[in-house]
Design a protein around this ligand. Sequence first.
Ligand code: GDP
Ligand code: IMO
Ligand code: MG
Length: 424
Amino acid sequence: MPATIVLGTQWGDEGKGKFTDLLAADASMVVRFQGGHNAGHTLVVDGESFALQLVPSGVLNPETIPVIGNGVVVDPFVLLAEMKMLSDRGVDVSKVRVSGNAHLILPYHQQLDALHERHLGDAKLGTTKRGIGPAYADKSMRLGIRVQDMLDEKIFREKLHTSLSHANKILTKVFNRLPMDPDDLADKVLAECLPGIKPLIADSIDLVHSALEADQNVLFEGAQATFLDIDHGTYPFVTSSNPTAGGACTGAGIGPKHIDRIIGIAKAYVTRVGAGPFPTELFDEDGDKMVDIGREYGTNTGRRRRPGWVDAVMLRHAARLNSLTELAITKLDVLDTFDTVKICTGYMIDGEKVSVLPYHQSEIHKAEPIYLELPGWKTDLTEVKDVADLPVNAKNFLDALAEQARVPISLVSTGPGRKQFLHY
Ligand code: GDP
Ligand code: IMO
Ligand code: MG
């Protein structure tokens, strides 16, 4: 390894959690670098399912230190509830650490997120309403409150006064809501969260670099995905952070030269939750089949995910943006019963063939996919553990996908369980 990034190459829910958990067996540390509890990462181990939002997916490996990096936005109530849920289920959470520089999501961020969405009406983004955007906005406006601020009551109260004096004006004057009292909120956070959060607060930069300097493997776990990136995604239908590889550098405090492997996780098809363009989106029986078989309902919000065929134009773009060294393909088994399977290799836009993702988003809205159609394998793959046992049509699909994406495939997942994968 020693430094490996696992990230999403589509619009999220590719199975980042599953592969992070799997690769964490060889890592001394798993670091989340962006996003917050808008993420929903599902791990299935020995038939038991764990849905994680904030705690890094390395937590099920007792030797691995799960670190929440400086780039993450942390709701302290959610973090403590998630750790309690894990602990109640027998998971050791004593090694979890959170960067003192991570920013807090507080109840007014969530309220503002919901109000902004309501205000946008038909133009709404379909956010998770977890307060992600407003918390990152406060960070950029220099109104944010960092985890370390909780350690100094005077500073914490002062910062909460400043931050809320701004937020309250928006709540009351723009949205006609009641203001929040900064001292009441400070009392609540300090009483209910500080005792649990204090032992977790750490200098994550020193933790990560000490591990790298000792030549230990460190895994950086992306949340969301390349096309939800605030700079590179389908703006404004994006999240408010950088889930691309560069985000691991800023969100965990490492330079690019440390990174050896950048694994892009891609579903064998595509899903998207929330609004925004989606060239290969399906509104037919094939799409319904993907949703039914793939159980494509949000881990986090329960919303039906929009389905579509895998899009190699997007994957080529993701390969460029992230310097992908390899792809890990998930949910191949979901296509087991399809007579034929498709890969989008380019778009027709205004009568012209296009093979690079257009920078002008109006063109993405107009893009008609050009498909390579291949025969399905019509075989249950969920028990296949060796590439030699893959049906030839499944191999042909994977080889065509790697060729089209221009990135080699190194891992293939054939079911939700930790053991359901093969090296490719
Ligand atoms: P993440 O957000 O990228 O970690 O992905 P999610 O956990 O939100 O969504 C992926 C879903 O697919 C989860 O329910 C996983 O348990 C499940 N999953 C992961 N890999 C596979 C696979 O290869 N086959 C099937 N059928 N399910 C999978
Ligand atoms: P994981 O890590 C899928 C989507 C939301 C919405 C947009 C903005 O599980 O892959 P936000 O609440 O972040 O401001 O919402 O981003 N979104 C996700 N979609 N998987 C996720 O995370 C997502 N996190 C945010 O649906 O369209
Ligand atoms: Mg998810």
